[in-house]
Design a protein around this ligand. Structure first.
Ligand code: ZN
Length: 662
């Protein structure tokens, strides 16, 4: 059934909120709808964990801001109020006071006096309402007393206090200078590294657990360090208990025994916090490939920890997209062929590429670190030995990509930044299909390819590890998207199409991704560092293939030799794989520091100005659909409805109320 679906939701600051549609949900049998429903509830219940992980005062701060937001009764055109609304929406988007991508603290556009006055009037009103509400057993909404008002004020208004969520500046103490809440205040980087080096020396070297993954590192009274583990009965216990509750309900509707085992193991992990159990769970999860509905729920990605050990909480639920999955299956069925033909040294290749399962899915719910800003491709688990022995599951999320593409149509980006009409036509023809294919290659094959040499520590690249790993997967995709094998498999329409991906990738890496970074700042985020690294390395090493040129006073990317670019990507892939396989920290540092971080001030300024004129939002995120149980008069569940009309602020307030766990 064709119908208009309004993708655009709301636009403010550097953000745009989109809606995504969940195709096929309405046609699912009730049993599967209920599975999606309860898994979605579990995905939403971890939200507070992430807020606390991002900043130790995050939850109190959210409460203070929301109190003002919901109780404001002054004129709407008040300048402080207008600025406050934008600030509130940005904080929601970032799950905290630091930008979700640059990690810099937001600058409030409203005055301190206005804020304090509003907070005091709003909380006063709340306390009056409060006495009437206590009987209903609601939680005291004034838990901000747990953290004094002065702390909240300092946090919002003093730019010196917690200026950055994740600091990765070479040479600084990354823990003392990062605001994230994974390490108690005062613990130095050297102390934490020594603590985990010691744990690692005692752990199984062949099948190392993900040490540090699920705990906050704290200091005991005697000064020594210890882990406060995130588990039921421990830190975040209340949230995890409620998640397990929903997982238990979802279990009744599991599609098969394996999925039931996955849920049981995950519950056991949340109960015990035992990292061995976590690995067992990850293995079961990798093996669960038969169902149509799948989910991730837990402590997963480590980008938010400057040391790359501690995982933020995320949850999502998805439904398989059968048609598009045929595309990724063609890749994974040929995984060994791609591994064998890659330009990396034989010693670093996997002799047996195991079960790179690849699916195209539709997101049905986004939660935790997946919301509202979401990835469009995921490859898990992150444990290197599990990937080597059991493979990994890889997904590309078609309905989110579709929403992005719809939003991008007519944005004017291509008209402004692509060098000539011929290249623009190339992008119009092949841009979307090649972009999806590159994501598939990155996720299905790239991350799963290659192996560490025996005895090499998976964390040897330390703070540079994430960037190098993303570069490896991207380069694998860039190298192969130009391979005749893809035409043969029917994945690219012809031997020219890859050029669209080469051009748009390099344009992004060299110029347009800069629009996301404020002037005076450098590149921080691992994926962005990786794109800059690859593009600028090629620019320096292959001047006969790639240039930045000036036309009418503006800079453009000019490609003069596409086949030679493929050679360049292959050469860099071989080197990046060597760095990873050998754990060559110095080489990783050199690559990232030289090519991945610094911006040319004048060029940055020019690109930002050209972009500003287009009046677009550089970052996008999603508003979730809403599922509701439909019951008959006796209370029997008859159906699960899906609706898309919740507004962004409505959804955020709804989540703060309904899924409040900490
Ligand atoms: Zn990746």
């Amino acid at each position: 059934m064709a119908h208009a679906f309004d993708t655009l939701q709301e636009r403010f600051a550097d953000l745009q909120l989109l809606r995504y549609e969940v195709p096929g949900f309405a046609q699912l049998p009730l049993r599967q709808k209920l599975l999606v429903y309860y898994l979605s509830e579990a995905a939403l219940l971890g939200r507070d964990i992430l807020w606390d992980q991002n900043c130790q005062f995050g939850l109190q701060l959210r409460e203070a801001l929301e109190t003002i937001y919901t109780h404001y009764d002054g004129p709407d055109d008040n300048a402080d109020w207008q600025a406050f609304k934008v600030y509130m929406k940005r904080v929601w988007f970032s799950n905290g006071i630091h930008h979700h991508y640059s990690y810099q603290k937001f600058q409030p556009g409203f005055s301190k006096e206005w804020f304090v006055e509003r907070l005091q009037t709003s909380t006063k009103r709340l306390s009056t309402n409060w006495s009437a509400k206590t009987d209903e057993g609601l939680q005291n909404p004034l838990s901000i007393v747990r953290c004094p008002l002065s702390t909240i004020v300092e946090l919002i208004f003093n730019p010196e206090v917690m200026p950055k969520r994740v600091n990765q500046a070479d040479g600084e103490d990354l823990l003392l200078t990062s605001a994230c809440n994974y390490y108690a205040q005062g613990i130095t980087q050297a102390e934490a590294e020594a603590f985990y080096a010691d744990l690692k020396s005692k752990a199984d070297a062949n099948r190392p657990p993900m040490l540090g993954l699920n705990s906050r590192l704290e200091r005991k009274e005697d000064g020594s360090l210890c882990e406060n583990v995130w588990r039921i009965g421990g830190l975040y216990g209340n949230a995890l208990e409620r998640i397990c509750d929903m997982l238990g309900k979802a279990r009744q509707y599991a599609e098969n025994d394996r999925q039931r085992l996955v849920i049981d193991k995950l519950t056991e992990f949340y109960e015990t916090g035992d990292l061995k159990t976590f690995d067992e769970y990850a293995i079961l999860w990798v093996q669960d490939t038969e169902g149509e509905i799948d989910f991730t729920n837990g402590f997963t990605e480590v980008y938010g920890d400057p040391l790359g050990l501690k995982a933020s909480w995320e949850g999502y639920v998805n439904i398989i997209d059968h048609d598009a999955t045929r595309r990724t299956k063609a890749l994974s069925d040929n995984a060994q062929w791609f591994e064998n033909h890659s330009p990396v040294d034989e010693r670093f290749k996997k002799k047996q590429c195991r079960g790179v399962s690849a699916k195209v899915i539709s997101a049905a719910m986004l939660g935790g670190d997946f919301y509202p800003s979401s990835a469009i491709g995921i490859n898990l688990p992150n444990s290197d030995w599990i990937r080597a022995e059991h493979g990994s599951k890889s997904v590309t999320i078609a309905n989110l990509t579709h929403a992005y593409n719809l939003a991008a149509k007519g944005s004017g980006m291509r008209e402004e930044f692509v060098i000539d009409e011929k290249t623009k036509q190339l992008l119009d023809l092949y841009g979307d299909v090649c972009d999806e294919l590159h994501t598939d290659l990155h996720e299905c094959l790239g991350h799963g390819s290659g192996q560490l040499l025996p005895g090499v520590d998976a964390d040897a690249l330390k703070a540079y590890g994430s960037t190098i790993e993303e570069a490896r997967a991207d380069l694998f995709g860039l190298y192969y998207i130009a391979d005749p094998k893809l035409v043969e498999l029917g994945l690219t329409p012809n031997s020219e199409a890859y050029k669209a991906q080469y051009y748009s990738y390099l344009l992004n890496g060299l110029l347009t991704q800069m629009v996301r970074i404020e002037e005076g700042h450098q590149i921080e985020e691992a994926h962005m560092r990786n794109r800059a690294l690859i593009s600028r390395w090629v620019l320096e090493h292959y001047p006969e293939a790639l240039h930045i040129t000036r036309k009418d006073g503006k800079h453009y990317v000019l490609v003069t030799d596409y086949p030679l670019l493929r050679k360049a990507f292959g050469e860099l892939l071989a080197e990046v794989q060597r760095i990873k396989s050998e754990g060559d920290y110095e080489a990783a540092r050199h690559l990232v520091e030289n090519y991945g971080i610094k911006l040319d001030t004048m060029l940055h300024k020019e690109i930002r100005e050209r972009y500003r004129k287009l009046n677009l939002a550089p970052y996008k995120g999603f508003v979730n659909p809403k599922y509701e149980l439909i019951k008959d008069a006796e209370g029997n569940i008859m159906d699960v409805s899906i609706s898309y009309d919740e507004a962004y602020d409505e959804q955020m307030l709804h989540y703060s109320q309904e899924y409040r766990t900490l």
